[in-house]
Design a protein around this ligand. Structure first.
Ligand code: THU
Length: 136
């Protein structure tokens, strides 16, 4: 069973690590591996703007480079500090990169807080995605 509330709390906490001096938009993510290990990530911006990496991809590259390949869920929290922002959904690039590793049971938690979050199946986030199966 996935502990949605725990993942929501970890994503909100990971937001504190955001390095976002240009947008002021702080994002935190946590990726839950099928074996229960969690990897957190934050967005890291660059003075050369396009070099920025999103929180979801930070978590993903940390996990994959440590040998993880099988994931159960990702939680994301984002917004401007002290502002009443909307739910923060993954950008298109992050959706595509997560799709590479998203199994049939992969779920997405979009959190505003530890208690205010939405849960989605992966197919709702990236319907008809292009992935490894298409190259077989
Ligand atoms: N950002 C993320 O980290 N994840 C998302 O899903 C959306 C956008 C970051 C990138 C950039 O640092 C800032 O939010 C504004 O786009």
């Amino acid at each position: 069973m996935v502990d949605y509330q725990k993942l929501a709390a970890l994503a909100v906490k990971a937001k504190e690590r955001a390095y976002a001096p240009y947008s002021g938009f702080h994002v935190g993510a946590v990726l839950l591996c099928s074996n229960g290990v969690e990897y957190i990530g934050c967005n890291i911006e660059s003075a050369a703007y396009p070099a920025t990496i999103c929180a979801e991809r930070t978590a993903l590259v940390k996990a994959v480079s440590e040998g993880a390949r099988s994931f159960r869920a990702v939680a994301v929290a984002g917004g401007k500090p002290n502002a009443n922002t909307d739910y923060c959904y993954p950008c298109g690039v992050c959706r595509q990169m997560l799709h590479e590793f998203a199994g049939d049971d992969f779920e997405v938690i979009i959190a505003k807080s530890e208690t205010d979050y939405r849960v989605h199946k992966w197919e709702e986030i990236l319907p008809h995605g292009f992935g490894p199966k298409d190259l077989q």
